[in-house]
Design a protein around this ligand. Sequence first.
Ligand code: IPE
Ligand code: IPE
Ligand code: MG
Length: 262
Amino acid sequence: MGSEVTESSVASAEAPKAAGAALAAVPRHVAIIMDGNGRWAKRRFLPRIEGHRNGAKSVRMVVEECRRLGIRYLTLFAFSTENWRRPQDEVGGLMSLFVQHLESELGLLLKNGIRLRAMGDTSRLPASVREMLARNEERTKDMTGMDLILAVSYGGRDELVQAARKLAEAARAGEVDPAAISGESFARHLYLPDVPDPDLMIRTSDETRISNFLLWQLAYAEIVVSPVLWPDFSRDEFHRCLNVFAGRNRRFGLTQEQVHGA
Ligand code: IPE
Ligand code: IPE
Ligand code: MG
């Protein structure tokens, strides 16, 4: 019952109520903090950008594997609002890699029926990245196999602040009664309101922080930490994480007896 989603989810999409036993353990939405690229490079006496470059094959693997397993949403944390403060050459190198991969992987997205969506403050990105993201979003907008969400220039606090701002403006305009604001109506002002909350959040490289990722949406996500550095994150390790998730007991604030109807 690992992937069961209860009424406590504020996401608008409904969970399949009677998923078969074999499918019940497959999360509907997996979110990943792809961490450890710098350490991977450092261990090899390589520049940090080589770690980022080598992370690309792990991205391809998880995308293909999620599509194959029927995981409907995959969110990848590629660049945080805090990452803008890294050395300029690393930021520039990452931006070039984004352009390069968005360019080269469009075919893979189309072939596999995957819709690409960006999430974050894209106005801060260089025009080349913004345009490539917009091109891929437009070209894949009718794909229904899976949503691949790239969190770029993304910060959870930024997302909550912009939602609060939109609601405050609507209240000032008399369109919203502040007393009527609910969790559900608040969530409608997040970046991608139609996307259900992640069931499973994986972070690689043994770090146990959230680092400003999906602060609202992770409320009831199962967190699995992998010791593996992102460029070494393999299919086997991904499956291990999925199996850990499948063995978890999600209670959403209820008692064990309530969840299992005992
Ligand atoms: C994650 O790897 C990628 C980004 C944050 C862009 P890091 O670059 O954070 O790698 P470490 O944590 O320094 O090893
Ligand atoms: C989080 O990793 C951001 C991404 C993976 C894109 P960081 O490496 O930036 O996080 P901290 O600094 O270790 O918390
Ligand atoms: Mg890191």
